[in-house]
Write a protein that binds this ligand. Structure first.
Ligand SMILES: [Zn+2]
Length: 266
């Protein structure tokens, strides 16, 4: 088996996780910028974090035999301070030329607040001005449907954004169709408790086709599983799906999306 882990927060994982992922066939790990578990107090905190994602973490991954890529952005959980958010948006361009940076992410909404929407628009504009791919986080609260609608409206109203260069992550049964209808990609996040179980993800693959969908573990410091993608692949085979289809979903699909950024090579 070979696979790409398109969404994992490796800064919060131990090196044993890299070893286990490589053993399971992982060829690349992609790490979106996210919330630290606490709000960073200044733009300098983001400078250090982006340095970690673009300098230290790819070296740590390479020691374990896997390529590491990252996405840069400000998580919606830290978007209430719009002044600080503007400083972070102004900081990001100096990191965009780093060899492992794929685009702007994960950006999106958490509580669907007015400030979160403003900061989302700022970051979509940043991506458009610099010709970057976009990775979007959708809310996990009961407002996922409303949040997804608001996010799609922001993206569709910006004529510079090409839908095939955007992935909307953490889709569930009630949001996957509306995302695919826009021409954007949809990501399914496999979590032990919240988000999506392997069985639900495979149901959605069977129902909505396998063209613009990918699977990820979104592993972080919470209850999550860095091997969720290969475990789901095993479950797909158990259900009778052919190896070629499994390979398409866990390897070829993420590769096809990510290679839109020329820096993504394996
Ligand atoms: Zn994430």
């Amino acid at each position: 088996m070979r696979y790409i882990e398109p969404h994992a927060h490796m800064v919060s994982r131990v090196t044993d996780d890299y070893d286990r992922m490589v053993l399971a066939g992982c060829e690349a790990v992609c790490e979106p910028a996210f919330w630290a578990g606490y709000d960073r107090s200044s733009v300098a905190g983001f400078y250090d974090y982006f340095s970690q994602l673009t300098d230290y973490e790819p070296k740590r991954a390479a020691k374990h035999g896997v390529k590491h890529f990252s996405w840069l952005g400000l998580n919606s959980k830290e978007a209430e301070d719009v002044t600080l958010a503007a400083e972070v948006v102004a900081l990001i361009p100096q990191f965009l030329d780093r060899p492992n940076v794929l685009g702007i992410g994960e950006i999106g909404l958490n509580k669907n607040s007015r400030n979160e929407l403003r900061v989302l628009e700022m970051q979509v504009d940043l991506a458009a001005r610099h010709g970057q791919l976009i990775l979007v986080h959708t809310p996990h609260l009961e407002d996922k449907l409303k949040g997804t609608r608001l996010i799609l409206d922001v993206l569709k109203s910006d004529r510079r954004i090409r839908p095939e260069r955007v992935i909307i992550d953490h889709v569930e049964e009630h949001t996957v169709a509306m995302v695919l209808d826009t021409g954007m990609w949809a990501g399914m996040t496999l979590y032990p408790e919240t988000k999506c179980t392997p069985a639900r993800a495979i149901d959605m693959l069977e129902q909505y086709g396998q063209e613009r969908l990918w699977l990820n573990s979104a592993c972080d410091w919470g209850r999550s599983d860095p091997l969720a993608v290969p475990k789901t692949a095993v479950e797909m085979k158990r259900r009778g799906h052919l190896a070629e289809l499994v390979d398409q979903v866990i390897y070829q699909n993420p590769g096809r999306f990510l290679r839109q950024c020329p820096k993504f090579t394996l």
